[in-house]
Design a protein around this ligand. Structure first.
Ligand code: BES
Ligand code: MN
Ligand code: ZN
Length: 486
């Protein structure tokens, strides 16, 4: 928990962090004298924090705020301190909010610092150093500061939880174990959690999920999370669907190991983001009804594994010719989207590490957003929430002709659309499963976060490995559902 302090800034114990926009506030300049200007010049030129050690030994880190858009620049500023100061044995960090700024800046500073301080230590035998206590200093403690900082703590915590799930090794998160882990955290947060076993999944006729699971020794799960605070129980829910492939070997269409299968423990990152967003909504007390759907399986070759040429009958009743067992995500997502029709949703969003083509098109920092033209407003909301949170997401078109790439010789659809426009044809595959009797059943938007979910290169407040991409974006969208917004 981040504490709030005001009063004499320079009397605060611990490392004082001064994020500086332009020349910096007058009171800070005059308190520190020429050392301030030198440190600011160094910080600006070196693009890293510059340390001032005061006469009494107190440390002050001056950070030159960069030109990232909106709140991102405050997140990046505090993040830039978390790394370099980590080894100094500092037991308290005080983030100073510039006197002209308020609660929003404070929240961004906290979010950035906490997210940048994340470590995945579960498998290290050496004991991790204790993380420092965090405080936020403001000159006049604005009214909304307390709530904003508490929200930032929660947003960072649930994002870190999603990162933990994604960083877990595959054998520690086979469907049954992952479902149990999620159920435990969800229940603690007051989220209802229903875990379907294989028999229930069979009874529901989820042929896509069952097909993907056929080569596995471990049975699938389908997890239904619901946050419905008092008075919203009969509202149409927002439904979030997350691809939760606990490990993607490619199945019989086996992946090569290097730079491919070796990262596929992250193939459940969409599901982790959805679970964390529903838990986050509950912990923030957002007054809106939301349901999370997580179809879970690994994808492996094995004696009974589904094979190229097999035809699956999906939850919707449609048939799919499988021509590549590595295009598995769309199969289990299709079943979840089809199931969502029965929930009478306000709108539906799915988040998935769906295609390598997403990274080819947009790179490691920008997810793809795909929606029907009729759902452009929803896609725009995703794009805007992306820029507000730093979980960047950019739209791709979904013209009806992309469907032509999915025509099968023997079934209603095939599961691969060829080399061209791979991210779009994956979305085009999902699209019919969001329809009832040929008509769109709900507004729907698809986010492909294949590369942003798991990073080769750290940036800002994101370490290598699991990024927690999408959690804060989803939370912003959910907060918008509540009257008055966040
Ligand atoms: N999980 C992968 C997509 C992926 C690739 C995620 C790289 C993260 C990084 C997905 O199941 C997959 O294998 N997609 C195939 C689809 C193809 C066979 C049509 C792909 O993108 O190659
Ligand atoms: Mn795959
Ligand atoms: Zn996959």
């Amino acid at each position: 928990m981040t504490s709030l302090v005001s009063g004499d800034l320079f009397a605060q114990p611990g490392l004082l962090v001064l994020p500086v926009d332009g020349d910096g506030p007058e009171p800070w300049r005059s308190a520190l004298g020429p050392a301030f200007d030198t440190a600011l010049a160094d910080a600006t030129a070196g693009k890293r924090p510059a340390l001032i050690v005061r006469e009494d030994g107190a440390r002050v880190a001056v950070v030159a705020v960069g030109d990232e858009p909106g709140a991102e620049r405050w997140r990046w500023a505090s993040a830039s301190v978390a790394g370099p100061m980590g080894g100094l044995g500092i037991d308290r960090v005080v983030l100073a909010v510039p006197p002209s700024d308020g609660a929003e800046t404070a929240a961004a500073l906290v979010e950035g610092f906490r997210l940048a301080s994340y470590r995945f230590d579960a498998y290290r035998t050496e004991e991790a150093p204790a993380s420092p206590d965090l405080a936020v200093w403001t000159d006049d403690a604005p009214d909304d500061l307390d709530a904003a900082v508490r929200q930032a703590d929660v947003r960072a915590e649930v994002t870190s939880w999603a990162r933990d799930l994604v960083n877990l090794p595959p054998d520690a998160k086979m469907p049954a174990a992952l479902a149990d882990r999620i159920a435990e955290t969800a229940t603690e947060a007051g989220v209802a959690c229903d875990v379907w076993d294989k028999a229930r999944i069979e009874a529901e006729g989820m042929g896509g999920l069952l097909g993907v699971n056929r080569g596995s020794l471990d049975p699938p799960r389908f997890v239904v999370l619901e946050w419905a605070p008092d008075g919203t129980e009969s509202d149409a829910p927002v439904v979030l669907v997350g691809k939760t492939v606990t490990y993607d070997t490619g199945g019989l269409s086996l992946k090569p190991t290097k730079d491919s299968m070796d990262k596929m423990k992250a193939d459940m990152a969409g599901g982790a983001a959805v679970a964390a967003a529903v838990v986050g909504a509950a912990r923030l007390g957002l007054k809106t009804r939301v349901i999370g759907l997580l179809p879970m399986s690994d994808n492996r070759p094995g004696g009974r594994a589904y094979a190229p040429g097999d035809v699956l009958t999906m939850h919707s009743g449609a048939t799919v010719e499988v021509l590549n067992t590595d295009a598995e995500g769309r199969l289990l997502l299709a079943d979840a989207l089809s199931y969502a029709r029965g929930l009478g949703p306000r709108w539906v969003l799915d988040a998935a590490t769906l295609t390598g083509a997403q990274g080819i098109a947009l790179g490691e920092r920008v997810a793809a957003v795909v929606a029907r033209d009729a759902d452009r407003a929803l896609a725009d909301r995703v794009h805007r929430a992306g820029e507000a949170t730093g979980d960047l997401a950019w739209p791709l078109p979904l013209y009806p002709h992309y469907r032509d790439q999915l025509k099968s010789d023997v079934a209603d659809l095939k599961n691969v659309g060829g080399r061209m426009a791979g991210t779009i044809t994956a979305a085009a595959f999902l699209e019919p499963f969001t329809r009832t009797d040929g008509e769109p059943a709900f507004p729907w938007v698809h986010i492909d976060l294949a590369r942003p979910a798991f990073l080769d290169t750290a940036y800002g407040y994101r370490p290598t490995g699991a990024s927690g991409f999408g959690v804060r974006l989803l939370l912003d969208l959910l907060a918008e559902e509540v009257e008055g917004g966040r």
